[in-house]
Design a protein around this ligand. Structure first.
Ligand SMILES: Cc1ncc(COP(=O)(O)O)c(C=O)c1O
Length: 424
């Protein structure tokens, strides 16, 4: 059975479901991916430690370790890991039935659930391997002429910048990186700096929703500004989705690429790309011919075989997020934890807080700090080797900082342990 044929409409979907029924295989998703292993109580609020620690009990983080590096890669909870394992078992036992079941689950469950997460329509969602892949699709699918200009920032992750540089090398477009300070002084600063960089040859404004250093950009205003000048907006949401509520229709962006294996806690190798329905005529698929059936061309998934159980287990991650009260509740919990961390850093004479305390320009989940007189890579090593605390260094944008990611499964007690280690 061809992968792409399965995405073409209800007839093939019905055939698939018949195939599954005929195979007699117990649906993989009924038992694992869409249910929670035990009745976990939804937390009543950001401080409901009992409920949050019950959720924490579902994680497989090595005993004694504290994971503060979710911005790099999320740690999937047990039901997600189990969904992957069960998926590969189902695939090994009955390839024919399992493949059909996975295709049906991806179309009927996963894509609609990811669309809900992003505030999009399912036909606007392409399932990818991560934000980098989505960003590559954007840069290479756009209709651009030699001399056309892309305006972006100095804060981009290589996953967001390199695809444009590759396109520049191949087709002679110009990439302008506008320097933006870190931290951002206020909400209007990126708007003014990027706004004044837009010119007559600018075709795309490309920037992060939240940068890897935890800076939050005024996405809605930037997208509106671009639209008012006939410029397309492309947003890198790798550090936003799952940590804060995202509604791409409300944001008004044309493209939005994200990873789902960071804050959404899907297994490594999952992401999504939103392409606004109205922008399709200006966008070419890398995998389908331009004359492909437009009804079937709503999304731009890569063709070929991929790790079905890994992709399908995104459903288990989304079910887990729902069990934690949904993204809005997680954002409040994350913000409470990062506010607490910031207070502790400010109270220490040995530490310096870099991140802003202003919620309109800072991520709820990423905090930068430095230890004056010490290199962050050295501190990072000591924290891991002596204290089993996983953090990341952030040596860029003129900073030599430590990046502490706090997600809902962390606690104030863990933050106290970090502060004690940094002060020691
Ligand atoms: C802002 C930003 N964009 C893109 C990426 C790349 O994400 P991935 O490796 O999941 O493709 C990252 C990863 O840390 C990131 O922080």
């Amino acid at each position: 059975m061809e992968c792409n044929r399965l995405q073409t409409g209800s007839t093939s979907r019905r055939t698939l479901l018949k195939t599954i029924a005929a195979s007699g295989a117990a649906p993989w998703f009924a038992g694992t991916a869409f249910s929670t292993p035990q009745a976990l109580r939804v937390p009543a609020g950001p401080d409901d430690e009992q409920a949050w620690s019950q959720l924490r009990g579902q994680f497989l983080i090595a005993p004694g370790d504290v994971y503060f590096n979710n911005a790099s890669l999320g740690t999937p909870p047990a039901p997600v890991v189990e969904a992957v394992a069960a998926g590969y078992r189902a695939l090994a036992a009955n390839v024919t039935a399992a493949k059909a079941e996975f295709f049906a689950a991806l179309e009927n469950r996963v894509r609609p659930a990811v669309a809900r997460l992003l505030g999009a329509d399912p036909g606007e969602i392409t399932l990818t391997r991560g934000a980098s892949e989505g960003l590559y699709f954007i840069a290479n699918g756009m209709e651009l002429q030699r001399g056309d200009e892309i305006v972006t920032t100095t804060h981009e992750h290589p996953g967001g910048l390199t695809p444009w540089l590759v396109r520049a090398e191949k087709s002679g477009i110009v990439v302008r990186q506008v320097p933006i300070p870190s931290p951002i002084a206020n909400y209007r600063e990126p708007l003014e700096l990027l706004g004044s960089a837009l010119g007559p040859r600018t075709r795309v404004l490309s920037f992060c929703h939240v940068t890897r250093g935890g800076l939050m950009y005024p996405v809605k205003e930037l997208c509106a500004l671009a639209r008012s000048k006939g410029i397309l907006s492309a947003v890198d949401g790798a550090q936003a989705v799952g940590a804060l509520e995202v509604d791409v229709h409300a944001l008004g962006c044309d493209f939005y690429a994200t990873s789902l294996h960071k804050w959404t806690l899907a297994p490594a190798g999952n992401g999504a790309l939103y392409v606004r329905a109205g922008v399709r005529p200006q966008f070419r698929s890398l995998f389908k011919t331009a004359d492909a059936d437009p009804a079937a061309a709503g999304h731009y998934d890569m063709l070929g075989t991929y790790p079905f159980p890994v992709r399908a287990a995104t459903a288990a991650a989304l079910a887990f997020i729902e069990n934690a009260g949904g993204v809005r509740a997680i954002e409040r919990r994350d913000r409470m934890l990062s506010d607490y961390l910031k207070q502790q850093v400010l109270a220490s004479p040995k530490l310096r807080l870099i991140s802003s305390r202003d919620a309109s320009v800072s991520s709820p989940s990423i905090t930068l700090l430095d230890c004056p007189g010490r290199k962050s890579v050295d501190v990072e090593r000591v924290l891991l080797d002596r204290h089993r605390l996983h953090v990341d260094d952030h040596v860029r944008d003129g900073l030599d900082a430590l990046r502490i990611s706090t997600h809902f499964y962390n606690s104030k007690t863990e933050i106290d342990r970090l502060i004690a280690a940094l002060n020691g």
